[in-house]
Design a protein around this ligand. Sequence first.
Ligand SMILES: NC(=O)c1ccc[n+]([C@@H]2O[C@H](COP(=O)([O-])OP(=O)(O)OC[C@H]3O[C@@H](n4cnc5c(N)ncnc54)[C@H](O)[C@@H]3O)[C@@H](O)[C@H]2O)c1
Ligand SMILES: O=C(O)C(=O)C[C@@H](O)[C@H](O)[C@H](O)COP(=O)(O)O
Ligand SMILES: [Zn+2]
Length: 366
Amino acid sequence: MRTVTVELGDRRYPIHIAAGLLASAADHLAPLARGRTMAIVTDENVRPHADTLQAVLAAAGVRSEAIVLPPGEKTKSWEHLAGLCDRLLDLGVERGDHVVALGGGVIGDLVGFACAILKRGCHFVQIPTTLLAQVDSSVGGKTAINTRAGKNLIGAFHQPSLVLIDPSLLDTLPLREVRAGYAEVVKYGLIDDPAFFEWCEANGAALLAGDPAARDHAIAHAVAAKARIVAADEHETNGTRALLNLGHTFGHALEAEAGFSQKLIHGEGVAAGCSLAFAFSAAQGIGSGQDAGRVAAHFRSVGLPDGLAAAGIAASGATLVDHMRHDKKMAAGTLPFLLARGIGRTYLDKSVDLADVAAFLDAQPR
Ligand SMILES: NC(=O)c1ccc[n+]([C@@H]2O[C@H](COP(=O)([O-])OP(=O)(O)OC[C@H]3O[C@@H](n4cnc5c(N)ncnc54)[C@H](O)[C@@H]3O)[C@@H](O)[C@H]2O)c1
Ligand SMILES: O=C(O)C(=O)C[C@@H](O)[C@H](O)[C@H](O)COP(=O)(O)O
Ligand SMILES: [Zn+2]
């Protein structure tokens, strides 16, 4: 088992990574249960893994109750937040209890937020079951729901007390979802790690074909990078954590335009968004067209969208920029953008004119 620690002083927490870890989850969860019933929140597609976890806990003498929600981005809503909080209250969850979030980023974000506000804060454990959640969303404590105004606009920073990553849970994940998670893997290379981007170019296809060595390397590398960034800037205030938002200002606008539907899932929005961020950087004379082309080519080569056309988005630049105005990075009417001087050389640019972004988007092929 490999362990990475998110160093946050007295709120530091471990991320344990091992194939088959779910089978020994009780070793980690029983001490947190302290003889009380554990709530396990999951979604319908993850139900078989929840059944396994409940059996594993029962064998160790830990009682559990499963709360099973509908799958999909629309579950990150006020309605499901309210319903989940009521059900956790009905179960008698106390401040000292640990609720288990067993699922992808949707379950992790929703459960994390519910736990941030339930009785003004109770503990939670992340057991991520998608590649995206294993490399990104289960670590770092960003929790949120979406509203009609956009993505993740209501939420809190609330760190889990433990993350258990079992890469073998990905064996049941549909390929489209593995691909979407891979976009967030590539993001780490694009941000500040060109050697890792080269690794992705060489090994991405193997990872997506299910090669366990490639998958495990990517998860361990990504988790270590995320833990380091979160420890350096937990609340996204000093410019370090904002780098994790690469491609997300574009990507969230595309997701909003797609109605937070299966038409474009988060990781696909991130792939298209990273490609657009590099293309916009090149168009502004900040980065090279060659790097932008290389980024787009890699996403395209693994079947991820590399721009508006591949993402199936026909909206005008003005419409997409209107979505962007809700971005949480917006400050005094200015929207800082993650731009790139090159692969692995991203930075937060506070001088971007949204009219230039709209014109750039209008010029993109549909
Ligand atoms: N908090 C963060 O730091 C952070 C980071 C990245 C993304 N996110 C958020 O995460 C969400 C996306 O997460 P996601 O990509 O995991 O999507 P998701 O949670 O919707 O899961 C994707 C699909 O896979 C299914 N699934 C999950 N695990 C499975 C398994 N092992 N086998 C079979 N099916 C399985 C789910 O039911 C769902 O249909 C977005 O809302 C995004 O905003 C948050
Ligand atoms: O952990 C972070 O910080 C991230 O930005 C990770 C992103 O992949 C994730 O999608 C995040 O939820 C986006 O953040 P937001 O602040 O734009 O909602
Ligand atoms: Zn993301």
